[in-house]
Ligand binder design. Structure first.
Ligand SMILES: [Zn+2]
Length: 265
């Protein structure tokens, strides 16, 4: 059993455009066509049972269409996380609507959505997410498609964790993409999950393994960020990391099953 906690897919009629936009900004080639059927094929090829599909509302007005589409794609193999935009006047109501419709969490992205993770206006948002018992997946660290302005670095994430300890936070890219020295200093051992996409190969295996041990393998989730990485290749890379099979099982599915409340019967 393998769960990929960080994937993206788009409605068929916008997939091509959505991928092109990121590709031209970030200079990175997608590994499948961005559609749901493309994702399912990629999962089959890689041997991945379940994907968490993360959407990002790049404008407040996208809330409804993302929520609606998320409802149409959910299945035993696809767990969609809708999204709210911090500029949305109805952000609180929309978070509660996500919960009401039975979704397990949502995604926010400080670069695509133009916010700093620790700015004052974000705390009521985090509190509502926590109060609704939803999981928040947050892009953390720098983003390859954007200028290196610190919007979601470890110091800022630490403020979020300290002020909102009840938030079920999944910090993408091992706590902070290409800010891992500070992640090690400030975030390892805190009560948040690290999702590991775009980590192996970007930091050396020695640091990666050290972080897994320091943080606790109970709080680490396998993720690939496909289509921006190839699911099969990312999975094989992690499978080849020299750590114990128990740790790998935690990271590949056990932690995700517990967090997502998936019943293993
Ligand atoms: Zn992503």
């Amino acid at each position: 059993m393998i769960i990929d906690f960080h994937t993206h897919a788009f409605p068929d009629n916008v997939a091509e455009r959505a991928l092109k936009r990121v590709e031209s900004k970030g200079g990175i080639k997608p590994k499948f066509d961005g559609t749901l059927s493309g994702l399912l094929l990629s999962m089959d090829k890689a041997g991945i049972s379940i994907s968490v599909v993360l959407s990002i509302a790049t404008r407040p007005g996208q809330f409804d269409s993302i929520l609606k589409w998320s409802g149409t794609i959910r299945s035993d193999r696809i767990i969609p996380f809708p999204s709210v935009h911090p500029d949305d006047y109805y952000v609180q109501e929309h978070i509660r609507e996500i919960k009401k419709q039975g979704f397990k969490g949502l995604k926010m992205h400080p670069y695509f959505q133009n916010f700093y993770v620790d700015e004052e206006r974000m705390f009521p948002v985090y509190e509502t997410i926590a109060g609704s018992d939803l999981i928040l997946v947050l892009h953390c660290g720098f983003d390859f498609a954007y200028e290196r302005i610190d919007r979601a670095g470890p110091q800022r994430i630490l403020r979020v964790v300290e002020r909102c300890p009840e938030l079920k936070l999944v910090a993408a890219h091992s706590g902070g993409w290409q800010q891992w020295d500070d992640v090690e200093k400030l975030l390892t051992g805190k009560n948040i999950y690290f999702e590991i996409s775009f980590s192996q190969g970007f930091m050396n295996d020695k640091q990666f393994k050290r972080m897994i041990v320091k943080h606790s393998s109970d709080l680490i989730l396998f993720g690939t960020d496909t289509p921006w990485a190839d699911q099969k290749a990312a999975l094989e890379n992690f499978e080849n990391l020299k750590i114990s099979q128990d740790i790998k099982s935690n990271i590949f599915f056990k932690n995700a099953m517990r967090l997502l409340k998936i019943d293993d019967s």
